[in-house]
Ligand binder design. Structure first.
Ligand SMILES: NC(=O)c1ccc[n+]([C@@H]2O[C@H](COP(=O)([O-])OP(=O)(O)OC[C@H]3O[C@@H](n4cnc5c(N)ncnc54)[C@H](O)[C@@H]3O)[C@@H](O)[C@H]2O)c1
Length: 294
């Protein structure tokens, strides 16, 4: 049901998407291009980005870009402003990475990598495109957080920190933008079957495992949502003018859980997971490894 204050249709408007070489960014690019939207795409992985661009129907601009590079992001925004055949409907700051490591045993460089991409990239993308949207008096800045921007999860401290930061930044921006015609939206995906775990730097996970290949398989098993379904939810959420977009039933569940049990949600998650698995091992391993201080 569209909100009474929903923006005008975004079909035919230009969509800007970072991290468009894979996963949700690619699926969103293809979805919007198929609906007649010019798309401006960025990713640091050139080959994958070109694959996405080649599949897009209609006008496409693509740039190899590391979203940590503030000047590079500013230059991308200037190129998009010159090129865009239609006003910008949405800027989706979606590029993201993760690392699996404990706080005590962390490689600081890997933590910095995650925070710089996930939060720094969002800040640069927002600042670069915001003046264009303010000039237009319309458009949405949609920044990708996570369910890990709602809860904390062991051995994902940098990722959780970066995604909580995205949420706080975007909510503050949303209030700043009142009355401007421009919106800010936070996206909170649950598990989506993408390359996020395959692309992770993997030291040790919450269960004490260092087996990256096993983690990729396990993630594929438990992630409930396809990138295409996620793209549909994101598109419809932005179109409806939602301030917060939860992607997948698991995201709705996490959101409710943390509000109902702000101090005990992790204990409850352990129980739910044990019920859902015949052996109930993995969350028990999380608890054991926490007790062992890993
Ligand atoms: N998949 C999930 O379950 C899930 C859940 C919650 C949040 N998210 C978030 O969704 C977003 C999209 O991730 P995805 O799941 O589609 O993963 P993905 O790995 O399939 O796609 C991420 C894309 O971002 C690009 N990227 C990474 N670092 C970059 C950089 N410095 N500059 C430019 N591009 C860069 C990668 O090359 C890749 O194409 C991320 O912000 C991620 O944290 C994913």
């Amino acid at each position: 049901m569209p909100r009474a204050d929903a923006p005008p249709t975004l079909d035919g408007r230009t969509w800007v998407i970072t991290g468009a070489g894979s996963g949700m960014g690619r699926a969103l690019a293809l979805r919007m291009a198929a609906r007649g939207c010019p798309v401006a795409l960025a990713d640091w992985h050139e080959e994958q980005l070109e694959e996405t661009a080649a599949q897009c129907a209609g006008p496409v601009l693509h740039r190899r870009l590391d979203v940590r590079d503030r000047q590079g992001v500013m230059a991308f925004a200037a190129d998009v402003a010159q090129w865009a055949p239609a006003p910008i409907g949405a800027v989706v700051n979606n590029a993201g990475v993760t690392v699996a490591q404990s706080v005590a045993g962390a490689s600081p460089e890997d933590d910095e990598w995650v925070v710089d991409v996930n939060f720094g990239g969002v800040v640069h993308g927002t600042r670069a495109f915001l003046p264009i949207l303010l000039d237009q008096g319309s458009g949405t800045i949609a920044n990708t957080s996570s369910v890990f921007g709602l809860i904390g999860f062991p051995n994902q401290s940098a990722y959780c920190a970066s995604k909580h930061a995205v949420r706080g930044f975007t909510e503050a921006l949303r209030h700043e933008l009142r009355g401007t015609g421009v919106r800010a939206t936070t996206i909170h995906p649950g598990g989506v079957k993408t390359n996020i775990v395959a692309n992770a730097r993997y030291h040790v996970d919450a269960g004490g495992s260092t087996d990256h290949a096993r983690a990729v398989k396990e993630f594929d098993r438990i992630a409930q949502t396809s990138p295409e379904k996620a793209a549909k939810t994101i598109h419809e959420g932005i179109q409806a003018g939602k301030p917060r977009i939860r992607v997948g039933a698991d995201a709705v569940f996490f959101d409710l859980l943390v509000r109902l049990a702000p101090n005990r949600y992790f204990d409850l998650l352990e129980r739910v997971e044990a019920l859902g698995r015949r052996d109930g091992h993995s969350m028990r391993k999380v608890r054991l490894s926490r007790q062992q201080g890993r």
